[in-house]
Structure formats: structure tokens, C-alpha cells
Ligand binder design. Structure first.
Ligand code: ZN
Length: 80
């Protein structure tokens, strides 16, 4: 899927096509020919979910790593 941009007729800015079918700057609705189809919407939502999940996993991993290092540090400190 391409990251299509649309020239907003209300504010004249180039705005990315999005599933809300609105200009991200001024909120003016896009002409219907630029609307997401249900298929594209479903695809986008699935993609966002995947990205969220990946981000959550990365965060968890880095937290676990921090915890591990913190524990190692503590163990080392307490051995003195
Ligand atoms: Zn606009």
C-alpha cells in the first residue's frame, strides 16, 4: 500500500491519506475518492496492532534487560 498524500482543499497542505478520511491538520473531510476502503482500513488497523505489539515486546525486553542488570549490580554490590 502506498503512502498517498492528498492536497487538502481546505488548508492547502499536503496531508497523508489516513483511515479517518480527514485532513490531519485542519480536520476537513477528504473527498470520497480519497477515502480508505474497508479493506484498506482493516489492513491498516491490523498493521497498527502489529506495530503496537512489536513496540510492547521491545519495551518489555528492554525492561527485562534493565532488571537483569540491576540485579547483577545488586548482587555484585552485596558481595562486598
Ligand atoms: Zn486541511
Amino acid at each position: 500500500m502506498s503512502d498517498e498524500t492528498i492536497s487538502c482543499s481546505a488548508c492547502n497542505r499536503k496531508t497523508p491519506k489516513n483511515m479517518y478520511n480527514k485532513c490531519v491538520y485542519c480536520g476537513a473531510p477528504y473527498p470520497q475518492k480519497h477515502w480508505f476502503s474497508d479493506e484498506q482500513k482493516a489492513y491498516k488497523i491490523a498493521q497498527l496492532k502489529e506495530e503496537n505489539e512489536a513496540a510492547r515486546q521491545r519495551l518489555e525486553e528492554s525492561r527485562n534487560k534493565e532488571k537483569e542488570q540491576e540485579e547483577k549490580r545488586r548482587r555484585r554490590d552485596s558481595s562486598y
